[in-house]
Ligand binder design. Structure first.
Ligand SMILES: [Fe+2]
Length: 304
């Protein structure tokens, strides 16, 4: 609401300054008319005052008036400017973006927990996830920004982020995250089943810092489970892109002892069953994925 009022004020200022120009041009004789000297002096004074007022306004405006999402967008442009698949931004840039996200709040993107996206869906009761809403904020070749709105018990099934660096900021609520990375050089169980190591298995409570995952580590495969209604702001660099081979793959995770063999007994002995699992590729559209898109209505993100 505050954002709209500011925009309206800017529009009024613009109309006002255009009207001043029109008034000046409507009577060309007034500038040279001798009996207008007094008026000219008054005009000069008021013009001077206006210029001073405008200068003061300009001096205080640049960084103070930028919205949090616009700051996020500008930072993403900088951080991912020379990015690409498998390219991790420098540590400086990562910290720069992390700091912006760490400080972001639901109101910065126009969200409150009372919105319909977050209402518990009492009618389900069949164990499947209630609908999750995705709000698209921006996408370009370098990065994408979006928000997942999860009602209580909402689940985003286990999925990967090929070649990407991903920042996830829990804006409000309580959410469990389980994430994995591949075990490099481990034997494949079959062409669709591979050994992974648990990176994270914990519950986050907002307000909290942003989580970051990388192309090869940091928990590139993850599952989100909403313990309460929650909202997650996601920044992906680069974004998913099917033509470029970066599509989202879903997985099921199985304890390592479920596929038992002598070879696996050796693996279990070496790695410990608590921290490892088999990840098996699923169909592209798993039946427990229930995400619907909705129009983002928060403060304006990009320059369009
Ligand atoms: Fe994800």
């Amino acid at each position: 609401m505050g954002f709209e009022m500011k925009a309206e004020k800017d529009v009024l200022e613009l109309i006002s300054s255009k009207n001043q120009c029109k008034a000046k041009n409507s009577n060309p004789n007034s500038v040279n008319s001798p009996h207008n000297n007094k008026k000219k002096n008054i005009r000069k004074k008021s013009k001077k005052m206006m210029m001073t007022w405008r200068r003061k306004k300009t001096d205080s405006s640049p960084e103070d008036e930028i919205t949090a999402v616009r700051r996020l967008f500008n930072t993403c442009k900088e951080v991912f400017s020379d990015g690409g698949p498998g390219i991790v931004p420098s540590e400086d840039k990562i910290q720069q973006l992390r700091q912006i996200l760490d400080n972001m709040k639901p109101e910065d993107v126009g969200l409150t927990p009372t919105m319909p996206y977050f209402r518990p869906n009492a009618g389900l009761g069949n164990g499947s996830s209630p609908p999750i809403t995705y709000l698209h904020l921006h996408q370009c070749d370098q990065f994408s920004i979006g928000i997942f709105c999860l009602p209580p018990s909402g689940v985003i099934p286990l999925h990967n982020h090929p070649g990407m660096t991903v920042f996830s900021k829990l804006l409000f609520g309580t959410m469990h995250i389980k994430s994995y990375d591949w075990v490099v050089d481990a034997p494949m169980k079959d062409p669709k089943t591979r050994l992974a190591k648990v990176k994270m298995d914990s519950t986050l409570n907002a307000p909290c810092n942003a989580s970051i995952l990388y192309p090869e580590d940091g928990g590139n495969m993850h599952r989100f489970t909403a313990k309460t209604a929650c909202a997650v702001l996601d920044v992906l660099g680069p974004p998913y892109c099917n033509p470029e081979g970066r599509h989202c793959t879903y997985f099921l995770d199985f304890p390592i002892e479920i596929f038992s063999s002598e070879e696996d007994d050796v693996l279990r002995g070496e790695m410990g069953k608590e921290s490892h699992a088999w990840l098996q590729e699923r169909d592209d559209n798993p039946e427990d994925l229930n995400v619907v898109g909705a129009l983002y209505r928060g403060p304006k993100v990009d320059e369009d």
